[in-house]
Design a protein around this ligand. Structure first.
Ligand code: HMG
Ligand code: MG
Length: 302
């Protein structure tokens, strides 16, 4: 099978996952979770966000979480930033990397961050300027690339236009969000083929939520098209508070199991990853959906 030999996983459980879990999780538990994810070999862990604490109270302790992490160490700890106010909070916390976000759907963007797509690109431009001054790396997300809870199917050309603007603003990578988990492999091939005609695969990542069980199939299609960066969430934690019905991201364990089984290097130790997920699972009031995690826990509890 024609797939890459090595893949970079971007762990988003502590941010995308925990932003949508209703339980109050202590800062200490979050920090231990993040450190255990790093010990498991995950190279990039999006650890929190500097959005408005009124909208996402789960991550209101962002600065306290960052204060406990080694930002000079081997693992990278980007944070999500929506605007200049969030950027200033991130700078004050000493971050070296951030992720900005917009969407391919106007309605979703408005509901998510109260900005039109153009307004959010203007905000990204300001953030980029500040990031350059502070030597901060910037990744970008585009939400609703494969479908919107309000507008339905999104034309691939709309995704292309937003991706090209983010790359022109010097984001080092754009992650394509299937925010509500509606993509299928044929659609992924359609959207990615259009983007790859003008953008190197190294500048694109995929971010599938597994709402309808298609995430692994979509990842396999992405790999076959040359994508080498995949976002995932430990245990399949989370969802999106502004995308009704969205389930968590594809579970990191399931991705690692599939990739390593295919001989694709991830650098992640599955047993240690399960240890990390087991820790956070104790704070979540429902069984986590990740399939590998469930199987591993059944083994451990035998
Ligand atoms: P707004 O109300 O339009 O903000 O919210 P504003 O600029 O009008 O300011 C209003 C007040 O909020 C002001 O305070 C600001 O200082 C304050 P006041 O002067 O009234 O006292 N404020 C802030 N405070 C703290 N941190 C900030 C901040 N910004 C303004 N950053 C805003 C706009 C973007 C802030 C708001 O809509 C928001 O925080 N939204 C949260 C959205 C969110 O977190 N969504 C989930 C993450 S995205 C996602 O999950 C998708 C992704 O995973 C990819 C995928 O799956 O598709 C990435
Ligand atoms: Mg997401």
């Amino acid at each position: 099978m024609n797939v890459p030999k090595k893949v970079t996983l971007v762990e988003v459980g502590p941010r995308d996952g925990l932003q949508n879990e209703p339980e109050a999780i202590s800062t200490a538990t979050k920090v231990t979770f993040i450190k255990k994810l790093a010990e498991a070999g995950l190279p990039i862990i999006e650890c929190t966000s500097f959005v408005h604490p009124k909208w996402v109270p789960q991550l209101a302790d962002a600065a306290d979480v960052l204060a406990e992490l080694d930002l000079q160490g081997e693992a990278r700890f980007p944070v999500l930033v929506p605007n200049m106010k969030g950027m200033q909070r991130a700078i004050d916390s000493g971050v070296k990397e951030i992720a900005v976000f917009t969407a391919a759907s106007e309605t979703f963007n408005k509901k998510n961050i109260n900005m039109s797509i153009d307004e959010s690109l203007q905000a990204v431009a300001e953030i980029m300027q500040s990031a350059q001054q502070h030597d901060i790396k910037v990744r970008a997300y585009v939400s609703t690339c494969f479908g919107c809870p309000y507008e339905g199917t999104i034309p691939a050309e709309k995704v292309l236009a937003v991706v090209q603007k983010l790359l022109a603003l010097r984001a080092y990578e754009v992650s394509l969000g299937d925010t509500i988990g509606v993509a299928n492999p044929q659609q992924v091939e359609h959207v990615l083929s259009l983007l790859l005609a003008s953008t190197p695969a190294e500048q694109l990542a995929v971010h599938f939520h597994d709402t309808r069980g298609t995430a692994l199939a979509n990842i396999l299609t992405s790999l076959q098209l040359g994508i080498t960066t995949i976002d995932s969430s430990a245990g399949g934690l989370g969802g999106c508070p502004y995308a009704p019905g969205a389930a968590g991201n594809v579970a990191t364990e399931d991705v690692v199991f599939m990739l390593e089984g295919m001989g694709i290097e991830t650098g992640v130790n599955l047993e240690k990853l399960v240890d990390a997920t087991q820790l956070i699972a104790q704070s979540i009031d429902r069984p986590l959906p990740g399939k590998y995690f469930q199987a591993a826990m059944a083994q451990r509890n035998k």
